[in-house]
Design a protein around this ligand. Structure first.
Ligand SMILES: Nc1ncnc2c1ncn2[C@@H]1O[C@H](COP(=O)(O)OP(=O)(O)OP(=O)(O)O)[C@@H](O)[C@H]1O
Ligand SMILES: [Mg+2]
Length: 307
């Protein structure tokens, strides 16, 4: 069952069509990754979903919500750059957020303590936020988003500002949270999406380039590919440059990588024979030749390039 349904959602700023008539649905209990390059319209979409930005047109519907009801009561939101009052302690901030959401003082205190422990900063709850690290602030932001037990948790790039340790910690936490509530999170990092999500929405230039379950999208777009690396000597480089320009039949797409090329092929056996023969004829100094299947990254690059 769809928890959230978005129909032809559009946002136009003077001169910019930031979100261009996108439609999608989010099923209850799913974890959905919203992907797209810089400026694709992810934050604008999220800000409309959270009720912070008025759409130019289109509709957003949450299952069970009565007409005229405030969307925000159902949604927990962690912005791309969350702002805190540094002079407050973490606990004070959560109680304040809980009271704003309509919790009684008693409930707000109990829920704050429970969530501080839950996100792993229980011991720091009595310290001022100005002394928190980036990872601690992000966890506090997550606790704030969860304070009113939202049906839908929306996170705008929850790990992009963190160092590798903070990132791992927050990713683990998100992995736990996704079994408890419906989650929509945006990210640039495809690896993070693959690790966490059930469904993917790929945005490009305000449009939805691809959407559906991660496994379904992978299956539907799975193509054999080869990855080639050379020593990077001038002869190998020259050969590769020329070869990429006159790509032989049977090769669907090719892109240069720092040490070689990535080739999407029609038939693996034929392509493998062709590449090995040509490499030998040209005496190219190969360091690596790998065969496999396209990844979400290949699909992402294709979806973004075609829209
Ligand atoms: N308040 C605004 N006024 C005018 N243009 C805006 C405004 N907010 C966003 N835009 C434009 O809308 C487009 C989409 O921006 P948005 O922030 O939604 O992208 P994004 O996918 O979140 O990018 P990023 O990955 O960099 O966070 C951009 O071209 C941006 O310049
Ligand atoms: Mg953004």
């Amino acid at each position: 069952m769809a928890l959230l349904t978005v129909d032809r959602l559009t946002k136009r700023f003077e001169g910019t069509l930031a979100v261009d008539g996108i439609s999608f649905a989010i099923g209850e209990g799913r974890c959905v990754a919203l992907l797209g390059p810089n400026g694709a319209g992810k934050t604008t979409t999220i800000r409309m979903l959270t009720g912070l930005l008025q759409p130019s047109s289109g509709a957003i519907r949450l299952e069970g919500m009565k007409p005229g009801q405030d969307l925000r009561a159902w949604i927990g939101y962690l912005p791309q750059t969350p702002a805190f009052y540094g002079w407050m302690t973490g606990r004070e901030f959560l109680v304040y957020a809980g009271r704003l959401c309509g919790l009684s003082a008693k409930e707000a205190y109990a829920r704050s303590d429970e969530l501080l422990a839950r996100v792993g900063i229980g011991a720091a709850g009595k310290r001022r936020i100005s002394g928190y690290s980036g990872g601690m602030k992000q966890r506090l932001g997550l606790a704030q988003a969860l304070i009113h037990r939202p049906k839908l948790l929306i996170l705008d790039e929850p790990v992009s500002a963190l160092d590798p340790i903070g990132r791992r910690e927050v990713m683990t936490l998100l992995g736990e949270l996704k079994s408890e509530t419906t989650v929509l999170f945006s990210t640039h990092v495809l690896h993070d999406a693959e690790e966490l999500c059930d469904d993917v929405l790929i945005m490009s230039a305000g449009r939805l380039a691809e959407g559906g379950s991660l496994s379904g999208i992978r299956e539907a777009n799975r193509q054999p590919m080869m990855s080639l690396e050379t020593e990077g000597d001038s002869r190998s480089k020259e050969w590769l440059e020329g070869w990429l320009k006159r790509l032989p039949a049977g090769f669907e797409a090719a892109s240069a990588t720092p040490a070689g090329a990535r080739l999407i092929v029609r038939d693996l056996e034929t392509a493998r024979r062709t590449v090995i023969r040509e490499l030998a004829d040209a005496d190219v100094r190969v360091t690596k030749l790998e065969v496999g299947y396209t990844t979400l990254e290949d699909l992402f690059l294709k979806a973004v390039a075609h829209s």
